[in-house]
Write a protein that binds this ligand. Structure first.
Ligand code: FAD
Length: 405
């Protein structure tokens, strides 16, 4: 792994991908300098609790830290927080931090993503929120038991709706699509999540958009919806997805197209620069071009990019993995349904109790699997990925594990 023999490795972005890369460099025995620069005023932390335990107050920001503060010192990782990297010169191999140039042999861009904004809400004067950072989670927690309007029934919007209902809040969720989450899951599994939220008292309006929004006379927000109704809320959460943070890479001349373009081993268009996590648009050997915004991908790509920076030629082949927790429902999803969708979905289990597992099939091959509250299914779902579907795959009278035999 020493073909490049780097002595100075710099990581831009103090998130999960960046911290995972730093850890892997040391695990691989790399002894040179590591500089990790993050714009947020915190050491790297995990974001999933921001819409779950931290939002509910059952975990603290410290619980979400990727590594203890001492770890960075012990591992000789120079951690610079609260500081944005403002320049990248791939010719000179330097980055600019606080007006100072830092030289690198190999560089990792792990700048992640930022919340997609809705200008109509930003300009409304009404109280609104986005959710990406610890500060935003802590601020949102103060509004959890009031009246909340959530725009967007994606994973984060639905997780916040769940937390707000658990905190006794009144929640309206507005979603433009007729079937939320149907892109990756199809209509039947979409119905499972819609049913879950409605049973828990969320006013979930599908095929509905916000037409206008204003600061209400009583201090909150007043939103006019496309279904002709009005919703009054103390806070509006905009949860309409994220945008990859590519400005620095683009200004430096790296190839960018919905993320920083990387090859199979996570190398960018510059041979000394790699990218990982939410910002990386990866040329996956079996999935094609994908940019995955998942916790597991940030860890695994961060670690893989570290090995690539040390000279490994191996491609990143891991299948995406995602989880969510809403009320008493836990879900895990493995694999990937591409832009062309899937041909069929096979669902086993009981829709009433929501103990279910599902396999998605495209061109006769199982491309993704998921379970809700069926924790024994995880290994079988993984085992099915990439296999050709057969009679047993579709025979829902036998268990998922037996279908593999
Ligand atoms: C509320 C929430 C809940 C989530 N829940 C789940 C879940 O349940 N399951 C799941 O699988 N995934 C979940 N995710 C997604 C997961 O957290 C992300 O995929 C992961 O955080 C991506 O890590 P990253 O390191 O690539 O990017 P980020 O976490 O975005 O980190 C990038 C860091 O780089 C910094 N940065 C950007 N530009 C610069 C610069 N120029 N200079 C210095 N620093 C810079 C940013 O400030 C940021 O701190 C959730 C995300 C959110 C926001």
């Amino acid at each position: 792994m020493s073909q490049n023999s780097p002595q100075n490795i710099v990581i831009i972005g103090g998130g999960l991908a960046g911290a995972s890369a730093a850890a892997e460099l040391r695990d691989q025995g790399y002894d040179g300098a590591i500089v990790l620069v993050g714009a947020e005023p915190h050491a790297p932390y995990e974001r999933p609790p921001l819409s779950k335990d931290i939002l509910l107050g059952s975990a603290t920001a410290a619980d979400a830290a990727v590594k203890d503060a001492e770890w960075y010192e012990q591992q000789r990782v120079e951690l610079i927080t609260g500081t944005e990297v403002t320049g990248l010169d791939t010719g000179a191999r330097t980055i600019t931090v606080d007006g100072r140039a830092i030289t690198y042999d190999q560089l990792l861009v792990a700048t992640g993503a930022t919340s997609r904004h809705l200008p109509m809400v930003d300009a409304s004067g009404a109280p609104f929120a986005y959710l990406r950072t610890i500060e935003e989670s802590e601020a949102l927690r103060k509004n959890l038991s009031g009246r909340m309007l959530v725009i967007g029934a994606g994973w984060i919007g639905l997780e916040v709706a769940s937390a707000a209902r658990q905190a006794g809040g009144t929640v309206t969720v507005v979603e433009a699509a007729a079937k939320p989450l149907a892109g990756p899951m199809g209509e039947e599994m979409s119905d499972v999540f819609v049913g879950l939220h409605r049973e828990h008292g969320v006013d979930l309006r599908t095929s509905t958009t916000v037409e206008s929004i204003e600061h209400g006379s009583e201090g909150g927000a007043r939103a006019s919806l496309s279904d002709g109704t009005e919703v009054v809320a103390d806070i509006v959460l905009v949860a309409i997805g994220a945008v990859p943070e590519t400005a620095l890479a683009q200004a430096a001349g790296l190839e960018v197209d919905d993320g920083v373009l990387v090859d199979a081993r996570l190398r960018t268009s510059d041979p000394h620069v790699f990218a990982a996590g939410d910002v990386a648009n990866h040329d996956h050997p079996t999935l094609g071009r994908v940019r995955i915004e998942h916790w597991d991908t940030a860890i695994q790509q961060g670690r893989h990019a570290a090995r690539s920076m040390l000279g490994s030629e191996e491609a990143y082949t891991r299948q995406p993995y995602f989880f969510t927790d809403q009320y008493d429902l836990g879900m895990e999803y493995v694999g990937h349904v591409g832009p062309d969708g899937f041909d069929e979905v096979v669902i086993r289990g009981d829709r009433g109790s929501r103990v279910l597992n599902a396999l998605w099939i495209k061109d006769g091959v199982v491309v993704a699997g998921m379970h809700t509250n069926d924790w024994d299914a995880t290994d079988s779902l993984r085992a099915w990925l990439g296999r050709s579907a057969n009679e047993k795959t579709r025979d829902t009278s036998i268990s998922l594990a037996d279908s593999l035999g």
